[in-house]
Design a protein around this ligand. Structure first.
Ligand SMILES: Cc1ncc(COP(=O)(O)O)c(C=O)c1O
Length: 327
C-alpha cells in the first residue's frame, strides 16, 4: 500500500495550482454519494541515467478519459490542455522519481438527488509512486467470488468511480484470503481481468487475453504489451474468452496496468502456474516494457513525453516523431 500523499503536494483543482491540503470538496458533492466521477491513471517514470522523467502515453489516457467522461456526460478540456497541466504539475512538484498522475472528473453539484446536471469539476494530482504490487518474484492470484460488472449495469470499459466498488470488494477479499490480487470472472463465468489490471496468459506459444467485450477495461498497457509481443517477440496475440480452468493449465500468466506495469503471476488459487517460476515470455515483456517506458528504446519514444526536456532525449524524441510522420 502506498503512503498517504504529502499535504503540500501541488495539485490542479478548480482551475488553479494549489497545495493538496487546500483541495477540498463539500460533503454533499454528488460524486461522493453516487460515484458519478471518472478517473484516469497515468505513469511518469524517472530515468536516472538521463536525469529525466517520461510521461507514458498521456495523450491516449486523456483521449480515453474524455471519451469515458462522455458516458456520464461530464465535460473535460481537450487532451492537449490536460497534457500541459500534467507536465506543469510534475515540474512544479519537481518530481524526480517514479510517479503516478490521477485525473478525476466528477459531478460536483452539492445537493441530494441521484439525477445528474451539468455541474462538472475536475482535478489532476501527480504524486511519487513506487511499485503498486510486490510482483518482482511473481504474484499469487485468486479467482474472486465477486463477478465483474456488466456493460449494461456500469460500463467496465470506463474508469467510473462507482464501478470501483466492484474492484474494492474483490481486492479486499483477495487480500483477506492471502492472495496478492483478485481475478474476476464475468457473469458468463469467463475470465475478465484483475481488480485494477488486465490479464494475459501464454498457452501453446500464443499470447492470449480476453477481449474488452468480456467486461474488461480497454487497458492502454494491454495495447502496449500486445504491440511489444507482436513486434519485438514475433508472438501471435489472440483476443478470445478464457475459461477459469485455463488459468490452471496455462504456461504463463501476468497482469498489465498503468499501476502494476507487467506483473507476473506464479500461483493461481494455490496452484503453481506451470513450474511456479516466472516464464520466459513474461520476463522478456517485463524487461521490454521497462526499457520502453524509461526512454531506452528509440522505437517507442513515441509513447513518451520528457518532463524536464533533457536535450538529448528531446532531440531523439522529435527525430522519432519526424520519422514516424514521414513513414
Ligand atoms: C479494472 C482495470 N482494468 C485494467 C486496468 C489497466 O488499464 P491501463 O493499462 O490503461 O492502466 C485498470 C487500470 O487502472 C483497471 O482499473
Amino acid at each position: 500500500m502506498q503512503a498517504d500523499a504529502d499535504p503540500n503536494l501541488i495539485v490542479y483543482f478548480s482551475g488553479q495550482y494549489v497545495p493538496l491540503k487546500e483541495a477540498r470538496v463539500g460533503i454533499l458533492t454528488h460524486a461522493l454519494h453516487y460515484g458519478t466521477g471518472v478517473f484516469e491513471g497515468i505513469r511518469a517514470y524517472w530515468d536516472e541515467p538521463q536525469q529525466d522523467m517520461f510521461v507514458l502515453r498521456q495523450w491516449e489516457h486523456y483521449e480515453r478519459w474524455q471519451q469515458n467522461c462522455g458516458i456520464l456526460r461530464i465535460c473535460v478540456p481537450p487532451p492537449a490542455e490536460l497534457c500541459e497541466i500534467t507536465l506543469e504539475l510534475l515540474r512544479r512538484n519537481n518530481l524526480r522519481t517514479d510517479a503516478y498522475v490521477r485525473p478525476l472528473a466528477y459531478k460536483s453539484a452539492e445537493r441530494v438527488g441521484v439525477c445528474t446536471d451539468n455541474q462538472d469539476s475536475f482535478a489532476v494530482i501527480a504524486m511519487p509512486f513506487g511499485a503498486y504490487l510486490p510482483s518482482d518474484n511473481g504474484l499469487h492470484a485468486g479467482v474472486s467470488s465477486w463477478r465483474r460488472i456488466e456493460d449494461n449495469a456500469i460500463p467496465p470499459r470506463a474508469k467510473i468511480c462507482g464501478a470501483y466498488v466492484n474492484s474494492a470488494l474483490a481486492s479486499d477479499e483477495a487480500r483477506q484470503c492471502g492472495f496478492d490480487e483478485a481475478i474476476l470472472l464475468n457473469e458468463s463465468g469467463q475470465v475478465a481481468e484483475g481488480s485494477t489490471c488486465n490479464i494475459f496468459m501464454v498457452r501453446k506459444g500464443k499470447l492470449i487475453t480476453p477481449p474488452a467485450a468480456e467486461n474488461a477495461l480497454e487497458g492502454i498497457t494491454r495495447y502496449s504489451v500486445m504491440e511489444l509481443a507482436h513486434r519485438e517477440l514475433g508472438l501471435q496475440v489472440v483476443e478470445r474468452p478464457i475459461d477459469r480452468s485455463e488459468l490452471y493449465v496455462c504456461d504463463e500468466l501476468f497482469f498489465t496496468g498503468t499501476a502494476v506495469g507487467v506483473a507476473p503471476v506464479v500461483r493461481v488459487d494455490h496452484r503453481p502456474v506451470r513450474d511456479g517460476a516466472i516464464g520466459l515470455v513474461t520476463r522478456k515483456l517485463r524487461q521490454l516494457y521497462f526499457e520502453a517506458t524509461r526512454g531506452h528504446l528509440p522505437e517507442y519514444f513515441k509513447w513518451l513525453v520528457p518532463v524536464y526536456k533533457s536535450l538529448k532525449t528531446q532531440q531523439q524524441h522529435e527525430g522519432s516523431l519526424l520519422k514516424g510522420n514521414a513513414s
